[in-house]
Design a protein around this ligand. Structure first.
Ligand SMILES: Nc1ncnc2c1ncn2[C@@H]1O[C@H](COP(=O)(O)OP(=O)(O)OP(=O)(O)O)[C@@H](O)[C@H]1O
Ligand SMILES: [Mg+2]
Length: 247
C-alpha cells in the first residue's frame, strides 16, 4: 500500500495556477519537510491535500492509502486520517475547544464504525495530551482560538492534532510565532506521535524545527514544483544560500 502519492498535480485559485506539476510520495512512518520561498505554493499544497474547496485541481491525482483523495469531501479526508494544522488558524467563536474536539473525535469514530469514547476515556485522553503540550484547562474552555496569541494558536493546532491522533499530519509553519520554550514543547508533542504507521509533512522556513523533529526527507518547493529533494543537510544549505539557485 502506498501511504500518500501525489502525481503531477496542477492546482490553483480562480485563474491563477499555483502548483505546476508537483509530485511527492510519502511512505507510512516517514517525516517529510517542505521548504521554499514565500508564495511558492506550500500552503496551497497543504490546502489541496486537506480539501479546501477554494482551490481547484486541474490536473494530476492524489491517492491516500490507495484511495482517491481528491474524490473525497474535506470531512471524509479528516475521517480517513488527514489533519492540517493551519498556517493561520481560524477562530471559532461560541465553540469551546473541549467540545470541538469531542465532536470531531466522535464523528471520526462513527465514520470508522467504532464506539464513541465515554466521558472517562475522553477526559483521560484530553488530560494526557493537554499536559504534554502545556495547554491549560482555561484554554480548553475558551472558544477555539478566540483571543489566543499567535503562538498560543499554533500550540492549540498541534494539541488538536495530538488529541485526534491522525495518520497523516500536515503542519504548515507550526514553528512560526512560537517562543523557544514553546517550540520545544510542541516539537516533543509531535515526536511522541511518530510511529511506523503515521506520517508527517512539515512546512517550515527554519532548520531549527528540523533539529527537533528530524525529517527523513527535505524537499524544496519553488514556483509550484518540487525542484530538489534530499536529507536534513538540504535544510542547512538553504538557510545558508537561500533559494536563488533554484529559481
Ligand atoms: N485567493 C487568492 N487569489 C490570488 N492569489 C492567491 C490566492 N491565494 C493564494 N494566492 C497566491 O498563490 C501563491 C502561493 O501561495 P501559498 O500561500 O501557497 O504560498 P506559500 O508557499 O505557503 O508561502 P508562505 O511561505 O509565504 O506561506 C502566492 O503567490 C499567493 O499570493
Ligand atoms: Mg504558506
Amino acid at each position: 500500500m502506498t501511504f500518500l502519492d501525489i502525481r503531477n498535480l496542477y492546482a490553483g485559485i480562480g485563474e491563477k495556477e499555483i502548483l505546476k506539476g508537483l509530485s511527492l510520495k510519502i511512505n507510512a512512518g516517514e517525516v517529510h519537510a517542505v521548504m521554499g520561498p514565500n508564495g511558492a505554493g506550500k500552503s496551497t499544497l497543504s490546502n489541496v491535500i486537506a480539501g479546501n474547496p477554494a482551490y481547484r485541481v486541474s490536473q494530476g491525482d492524489i491517492t491516500f492509502k490507495d484511495k482517491d483523495l481528491l474524490a473525497m469531501t474535506p470531512d471524509m479526508r479528516a475521517n480517513e486520517g488527514v489533519f492540517l494544522a493551519f498556517q493561520h488558524p481560524t477562530e471559532l467563536p461560541g465553540v469551546s475547544t473541549a467540545l470541538f474536539l469531542k465532536t470531531a473525535l466522535n464523528a471520526k469514530r462513527k465514520y470508522l464504525g467504532e464506539k464513541e469514547l465515554d466521558a472517562v476515556q475522553y477526559m483521560k485522553r484530553l488530560k494526557l495530551r493537554s499536559l504534554a503540550l502545556k495547554v491549560t484547562d482555561e484554554m480548553l474552555k475558551r472558544p477555539v482560538n478566540v483571543g489566543f496569541s499567535g503562538g498560543e494558536k499554533k500550540k492549540m493546532e498541534t494539541f488538536q492534532m495530538a488529541f485526534l491522533e491522525p495518520d497523516f499530519c500536515i503542519l504548515d509553519e507550526m514553528d512560526s510565532g512560537l517562543d523557544v520554550d514553546s517550540l520545544k514543547v510542541v516539537a516533543d508533542g509531535i515526536n511522541v506521535l511518530r510511529s511506523n504507521t503515521r506520517s508527517f509533512l512539515l512546512i517550515t522556513h527554519h532548520h531549527l524545527l528540523l533539529d527537533y523533529i528530524q525529517p527523513d526527507f527535505v524537499h524544496i518547493l519553488v514556483n509550484g514544483r518540487i525542484v530538489k529533494s534530499g536529507d536534513r543537510s538540504l535544510a542547512l544549505q538553504v538557510e545558508e544560500k537561500g533559494y536563488e539557485e533554484y529559481k
